[in-house]
Design a protein around this ligand. Structure first.
Ligand code: MN
Length: 419
């Protein structure tokens, strides 16, 4: 598919994240105004809440864009999502006959503040990248037993905390927790010394489930995707994870990018999951390509210094797709709701500089990274900013996700009663 040209000139640039082909959904505010729904186009935001208010954009009998989140649009279902896209394409396409009516509702992204684009109902995080699972298993257990016996059969996950999810730009405070330093007889309580990021994609569920759903049905329930950083305290994790998996190590914060890229924009970039090493049970089999070819990168910037890109990989590395994860999630009868967020699991590629966490990049701290600034890192230092970026490369355009950015600030002082 070629670039679809818009009368918004910045949207026709080959390196904008937001050409007319994209049209991602976000929530923004200007100065002291209340947050409202907007759609990114080039370096501008189309204020769709205002368009609905003046009667130019109508998706249902009742208003659905008069709230600062996209859940009510999701509730309308896939037919309405498709109708929204057609309406927006009509508004913004080059030569549109409603240009003069729509143009007053464009605001610059510069000077706008982004907010959470949807209300997170519940958050589940998976462990579906094989290179990551192998690397972590090699470090936490041993290379001969790296992949658990179930790994090639089940997209392994755990129930995370919706309350942990924050939007890009939110500072993240280094967690306190119970950990067992190397050589220590017993555990101590203190600030995590091995605080880390995880490069992931998040799938946003836009349609509730009734009972068990198939993989193709699950695919139709996904509204769109965001970048996701599943901040992880490795020392807390290593001590607490047996036998029920991560708990406090993952509960500090989960940062998402502010724009939900709707599935329709990603359609030209569908790609199959890698070849199965063992056949999956029928309920998990995919009828066609369900992953997307999304180029991903991670940058680290020490306080006040330039960033270094420390990893480059692709979402196509995942062993399981979000549709498979969602289908598996419903297999017990677990109800999935509008606004549920599914973390893909850390996306690591096969080589060192494609690893999606510092745990893997520094191999547990044994091989520290040297940044372009000369600084060395095994894990995140206070003041470091981590930025995730991602895009699909089209012919003369890209479908980008914007940035997923978070700065780590020093841990809180330990209260006297915790000493
Ligand atoms: Mn994770």
């Amino acid at each position: 598919m070629p670039l679809m040209r818009s009368w918004v000139q910045s949207a026709n640039s080959p390196d904008t994240d937001f050409p007319l082909n994209n049209l991602p959904c976000g929530v923004f505010s200007r100065k002291d105004e209340d947050p409202r729904c907007g759609v990114a186009i080039g370096d501008m935001i189309l204020d769709v809440s205002a368009l609905e208010e003046v009667g130019l954009l109508r998706l249902a009998d009742e208003p659905v864009l008069d709230v600062p989140f996209w859940n009510e649009v999701m509730e309308l279902g896939p037919d309405a999502w498709a109708r929204l896209r057609i309406l927006l394409l009509g508004f913004l396409t080059e030569g549109s006959d409603v240009k003069s009516q729509v143009e007053p509702y464009l605001v610059p992204q510069a000077g706008s503040r982004m907010h959470m684009p949807f209300l997170v109902s519940e958050y589940t995080d998976f462990y579906a990248g094989k290179h990551h699972a192998f690397n972590v298993g090699s470090m936490f257990r041993d290379p001969d037993n790296a992949l658990p016996a179930n790994w090639l059969h089940i997209p392994i996950g755990y129930n995370g905390r919706a309350s942990s999810v924050v939007v890009s730009g939110t500072d993240v405070r280094r967690p306190l927790g119970q950990l067992k330093p190397p050589g220590s007889e017993g555990p101590v309580f203190g600030a995590s010394q091995r605080f880390d990021f995880e490069l992931e994609m998040g799938a946003v569920v836009g349609k509730a489930s009734e009972g068990m759903v198939s993989v193709p049905e699950a695919d139709t329930m996904i509204f769109g995707y965001v970048l996701l950083n599943d901040w992880s305290a490795r020392d807390i994790q290593a001590w607490e994870y047996v036998p029920l998996g991560p708990f406090q190590a993952k509960a500090t914060a989960t940062t998402i990018s502010p724009w939900i890229v709707m599935k329709a924009a990603l359609e030209p970039f569908r790609t199959p999951t890698p070849a199965r090493e063992v056949p999956l049970l029928p309920y998990l089999r995919e009828p066609g390509p369900m992953l997307y070819d999304i180029a991903l990168e991670v940058a680290l910037a020490p306080e006040g210094k330039a960033e270094t890109v420390i990893s480059r990989t692709s979402y196509a590395e995942m062993y399981y797709s979000a549709a498979q994860q969602l289908a598996h999630h419903t297999s017990s009868g677990c109800a999935m709701n509008v606004g549920d967020l599914l973390g893909s699991g850390t996306i690591s590629g096969p080589v060192r500089d494609s690893r999606g966490s510092l745990l893997e990049l520094s191999w547990g701290g044994k091989e520290p990274l040297t940044l372009a600034t000369g600084d060395e890192r095994s894990f995140i230092a206070d003041g470091d900013t981590i930025v995730l970026r991602g895009h699909c490369q089209g012919d003369g355009y890209r479908i980008g996700f914007g940035e997923c950015r978070g700065k780590v600030v020093a841990a809180a002082t330990l209260p006297d009663w915790a000493r």
